[in-house]
Design a protein around this ligand. Structure first.
Ligand code: HEC
Length: 128
């Protein structure tokens, strides 16, 4: 083998080696990225991921209908903090259906009884 050919050969081998290394490492790098908390934009209610059934449905209703006043995490914004509510289910249902004059809209037309029940289940999960 002439020195030039040998040089090209070694150069190619080195380039392939670098490529191989990069591809070989990429799965490792990806795994590392997956481990990072990529929760941007996700609702910051700590319990969301573990909610099931009715409470999960209630959380979705909350995000769409209540979060802009009571805060994404229901800890209060324009409306009050809804954690550790001391109200009965019946009282909560009455507030949702009747609204609070001048403060909070009525959801009587928007929600079925099942929706109110789901929201109540969700509110019950909000404990500090
Ligand atoms: C337009 C803003 C607004 C929206 C939308 C809203 N609320 Fe309210 N909510 C308020 C305000 C303000 C109060 C407090 C009124 C008061 O104390 O007089 C309140 C009070 C409450 C209370 C009583 C809390 C307490 O401790 O007395 C509950 C329960 C409640 N809201 C639940 C909800 C739920 C569930 C939704 C979504 C279906 C919702 N609210 C949507 C503004 C809002």
């Amino acid at each position: 083998m002439s020195p030039e050919v040998k040089g090209i050969f070694l150069g190619t081998a080195a380039a392939l080696g670098v490529l191989g290394l990069a591809f070989g490492l990429s799965p490792l790098l990806q795994t590392k990225e997956e481990g990072l908390p990529l929760k941007r934009g996700a609702a910051p209610v700590a319990t969301t991921a573990s909610l099931t059934g009715e409470a999960k449905q209630g959380h979705e209703l909350f995000d769409r209908n209540c979060a802009h006043c009571h805060g994404e995490d229901a800890r209060g914004d324009e409306g009050p903090n809804l954690h550790n509510l001391a109200k009965s289910d019946a009282r909560i249902a009455a507030i949702l259906k009747g609204g609070i004059k001048g403060e909070m809209p009525s959801f009587a037309k928007k929600f079925t009884d099942a929706d109110v029940q789901a929201l109540t289940s969700f509110l019950r999960t909000l404990k500090d």
